[in-house]
Design a protein around this ligand. Structure first.
Ligand code: GDP
Ligand code: MG
Length: 162
């Protein structure tokens, strides 16, 4: 069985865009409407000759238990099923209460968790990225999933953690 890498985080932070960037193709559905990814979709990915299963998460049952509870439940599930978890946050927005709740859950993980600061389309956002250290998950990887900025460094870290 291949190692599993799960991508978690709030709607609209760019999880599916990051998945497409990692795959090098457009398979994950990206939308401006939050929560479009129905449930969890797995893809085969390869980086530097290492194969892994990449799981795009998203979507929640409206009215079920609220967004924050739903995203934290998703993170718990990712922790139990994945070898490496990527928590994606929106660097432009900065850490939200939901990001903090999810990070708190993920800090209990025995598996590696990498913090991805997405939407860093320009250097001017690097101070925002530094503020994400407050999530207690170590150094944020600053990337722009949309433009490809530094996604190679992130992937190097992912396969190192497998
Ligand atoms: P998801 O709900 O977390 O899967 O987010 P999506 O991948 O569907 O992206 C939500 C929105 O954010 C879309 O409009 C994307 O084009 C946009 N987006 C994703 N990554 C980036 C990025 O690196 N920079 C910018 N500026 N926008 C991004
Ligand atoms: Mg999505």
């Amino acid at each position: 069985p291949q190692p599993v890498v799960a991508v978690v985080g709030r709607p609209n932070v760019g999880k599916s865009t990051l998945v497409n960037r990692i795959l090098g193709r457009r398979e994950a559905v990206v939308q401006d409407t939050p929560g479009v990814t129905r449930d969890r979709i797995s893809y085969d990915a390869t980086w530097r000759g290492r194969r892994f299963t990449l799981v795009d998460t998203g979507g929640w049952e409206p009215g079920a238990s609220g967004l924050q509870a739903s995203i934290t439940a998703q993170a718990e599930r990712a922790m139990s099923e994945a070898d490496v978890v990527l928590l994606v946050v929106d660097a432009v927005v900065g850490p939200t209460a939901t990001d903090e709740a999810v990070a708190k859950v993920l800090r209990r993980s025995k598996r590696p968790v990498l913090l991805v600061a997405n939407k860093v389309d320009s250097e001017s956002l690097l101070p925002e990225v530094a503020s994400l250290w407050s999530l207690g998950l170590g150094e944020p990887y600053a990337v722009s999933a949309l433009h490809g900025r530094s996604s190679g460094d992130l992937l190097d870290a992912v396969v190192d953690a497998l």
